[in-house]
Structure formats: structure tokens, C-alpha cells
Design a protein around this ligand. Sequence first.
Ligand SMILES: [Fe+2]
Ligand SMILES: [Fe+2]
Length: 156
Amino acid sequence: MDAITLLKADHRTVEDLLKQVQDLSESAHAQRRALFQQIDKELTVHSKIEETIFYPALKQKAKSKEDNDAKQEVLEAYEEHGNVKSMLEKLEGTDAADETYNAKLQVLSDLVKHHVHEEEHELFKEAQNLMNEAELEQLGTKMAQAKEQLLSAVPA
Ligand SMILES: [Fe+2]
Ligand SMILES: [Fe+2]
């Protein structure tokens, strides 16, 4: 599977989970917590494979082809991951029955949606300009393997 297809599939998975959490009733704290744990795991693994495999490869390409816009996009993506991560940490430390829990989830959802949009409308296009099909395929294989390892290492 090529890198872009793999990452987009992850995005759809997370969007689906975010929608499910939004559809829960006000008092469904246990389900909300359980869904959050799934979202947390998906986002953590997804961010990790982007940060350790996809972004560095793209940054390297951008550098060698002197594409400053692409390099800037990658640097922004890392910063956006930082914001998502800090929201995940806040949610990990908050009781699902706390009055701020839903507000935190909503902010997480907004951050994720914004970031996914940027990736799919900017970053992935840059990647497709800078890399050929074989390179994208190779990165996809690498990320699929890393993902499997991470998923088996992260407690359910
Ligand atoms: Fe992504
Ligand atoms: Fe990302």
C-alpha cells in the first residue's frame, strides 16, 4: 500500500471514532472513555509513524529539491502534532464525568480535523510532487510494518 493511501485510511478511522463519540448521550461516560482510549491509541500510533518515517522522508526530499514550501508544511505538521498530543494528555488525565471532558474532546476533534485537512490538501500533494510511486510505496510498506509493531506494543 502506498504511503498516502495508508495515512488516509487512518484518518477515516479516526474521523469515524470522533463521530461516534459525538453521537453519545450526555451521561454515557463509560462509552465516552472507551472510545477516547481507542482514539488515543489510533492517533498516537498514526502520529508516530508520520513523525518517524513519513515526515523525515518528505523533509529530506524537500531539502534536496530546495522546495521551501514543502519543508515549511512538514515543520507545521510537527507543531500541530504537538498540540494534538497535549490535548490527548489532558484527556488522559481527566475523568470522563468531569464537566470539561466534552469540551476537551471537542477541541481535540477540531485540532485533528484541521490537521487532517492540511495534510490531505497540502502535505500529501507536496509528497506526490516530490516522490515517485516506488518511493511512496516503499514508505507505505515501512509504515505498515511500524504500525503493526506499535499496535502490538501499546496496551489495549
Ligand atoms: Fe495524518
Ligand atoms: Fe499528521
